[in-house]
Design a protein around this ligand. Structure first.
Ligand code: SF4
Ligand code: SF4
Length: 495
């Protein structure tokens, strides 16, 4: 066992109200600068939809992430030889049109316009050229299904749906959920492995992935390599940038700005301990095993053998204690309620999502809209957001995985309704609890952490241990042969 610690996250999608407060909090702190105008380290998409940058999930076009190569993985679009070939022209890079041309308004005109019969207006001007522009896209252009079905139909996850499931575009069936996204601070980060300058690194003590601005040489391989398109190029400084998980805030015990400001309280953050020796085997396993084996990589922080191995690796007791209280550990590992976004990219992301139950709950049966609790169990295949669609997002196509989570969420609701309202039959509730393997106490705990959690319940941040840090995964990709598993070679922490 080679135990490491990682700050990991859960977003509970049923609670997201799509207010974009998180995006603005991040923008105000980090990317309200020249060259960064188009960047949204935190963005919120509507699903189905094309997202930001447009169709970022289309890896045929962008070639992000890893592909399985026998018992290991190789980068899809960059790496030693592929990167060299594209060094002067990289065809897999998103361009400004794929993001959007950032703009502001000529607010001054509101004050200086000559008096007249019409209301003065502030015309939009490009933040790149300073010239007036006609706005044709934005970072959340298809918000709340705006422009659908045009945009929603182009959602990459739609390609896997059968013609019958096109029925979801019938007006009375249409539904959506929000998908807030930040960098996943992956365990097998394609961005780190792709960088020819060794500018990207993963912090030893908490797994935060950062770009050393001094070492960045603007190759932009990380922009191509990140399948989530969460590494961006700053055209003004000539360096790449990405979400830093507000590490200065973390180091002083504060939650990242997007977490702290989240109106829906959908965000949870905490330590996960994991076995770094398993990364290569898990990243290269069969697609159908990816979710289970990914979750299996995280270990029990109460297990004495884990504690011993973690301590031997220099992990502080305060970090281990934080891992024991981690809400992320509960959602991901104990309750198995949260799933990784697009596990098939094989970067082993550390941001997990509790899929939205609400769009699933209401279904159409015999042409009648039905939102009673019982309909989910019977109609899990007829939910308004098809299970195949959710599985394409969260489980590499395995519909059972998503269905299991939704059933558990439903069982918790039924149990709580039994406690507070009492209008459901006791045998129905116990059948639901039995099928989902939930006890009453666990269901109550899930309910509490979902609905009544305080700041301290949602964010369990360990004291900073920069003094013991090593940087993992530096210089791995091109130096050691096109993989991201370099930290096997690094010394134990604290040595
Ligand atoms: S999501 Fe993963 S691959 Fe993308 S920038 Fe973040 S750590 Fe790198
Ligand atoms: S602040 Fe929270 S609720 Fe609002 S859009 Fe962001 S993640 Fe969703």
């Amino acid at each position: 066992m080679n135990i490491r610690s990682q700050i990991a996250m859960v977003f509970h999608l049923d609670k997201c109200i799509g207010c974009h407060t998180c995006s603005i909090a991040c923008k105000n702190i980090w990317t309200d600068r020249k060259g960064a105008e188009y960047m949204w380290w935190n963005n919120v998409e509507t699903k189905p939809g094309t997202g930001y940058p447009t169709k970022w999930e289309d890896q045929e076009t962008y070639k992000g992430g890893w592909e399985k190569n026998g018992d290991t993985v190789s980068l899809k679009g960059t790496g030693k030889f592929k990167g060299l070939k594209n060094i002067f022209h990289n065809p897999y890079m998103p361009v400004l049109d794929d993001y959007y041309e950032p703009w502001t308004y000529k607010y001054q005109d509101l004050f200086t316009a000559p008096e007249g019969d019409d209301q003065p207006i502030a015309r939009p001007v490009s933040l790149v050229t300073g010239e007036p522009i006609e706005i044709k896209s934005g970072p959340n252009w298809d918000d709340d299904l705006g422009g659908s079905p045009d945009f929603a139909r182009k959602d990459v996850n739609m390609e896997k749906l059968t013609p019958e499931q096109e029925a979801m575009f019938q007006l009375e069936r249409m539904t959506f959920h929000y998908l807030p996204r930040i960098c996943n601070h992956c365990l097998n980060p394609a961005c780190v492995a792709s960088c020819p300058s060794g500018a990207l690194y993963k912090r030893g003590e908490d797994g935060v992935v950062l770009i050393n601005q001094e070492r960045c040489r603007a190759w932009r391989m990380c922009v191509t390599a990140c399948p989530y398109k969460k590494s961006y190029y700053n055209w003004h400084t000539g360096k790449s940038e990405k979400c830093v998980l507000c590490y200065p805030r973390l180091e002083s015990g504060q939650a990242p700005a997007c977490f702290h400001s989240c109106v829906g309280r959908i965000r949870y953050l905490g330590v996960l301990l994991y076995d770094a020796d398993k990364i290569e085997a898990v990243a290269s396993c069969k697609e159908e095993e990816l979710v289970d084996r990914h979750i299996d990589i995280y270990v029990d922080p109460f297990d004495p053998a884990v504690i011993e191995a973690a301590t031997a690796n220099g992990i502080a007791m305060s970090t281990i204690e934080a891992a024991q209280k981690s809400p992320v550990y509960k959602f991901v590992k104990l309750w198995k309620l949260a799933l990784p976004l697009h596990p098939e990219y094989r970067t082993l992301p550390n941001l997990f999502y509790v899929p939205a139950l609400l769009p699933g709950m209401a279904s159409v049966q015999d042409g009648i809209y039905n939102s009673t609790t019982k309909s989910l169990w019977g109609g899990i295949d007829t939910t308004r957001l098809p299970m195949k669609y959710l599985a394409s997002l969260f489980s590499a196509g395995n519909t059972e995985k998503v269905a299991d989570v939704l059933k558990k969420l439903m069982a918790v609701r039924m149990h709580r309704r039994g406690v507070t309202v009492g209008d459901l039959k006791a045998d129905e509730i116990s059948q639901a609890m039995k099928e989902t393997n939930l006890s009453g106490n666990t269901a109550d705990e899930i309910f509490r952490l979902t609905s009544l959690a305080t700041f301290d319940d949602r964010f369990v941040i360990p004291p900073a241990h920069r003094e013991e840090s090593i940087e993992m995964l530096e210089n791995t990709a091109d130096v050691k042969g096109n993989t991201g598993f370099g930290f096997k070679e690094t010394p134990a922490r604290g040595l």
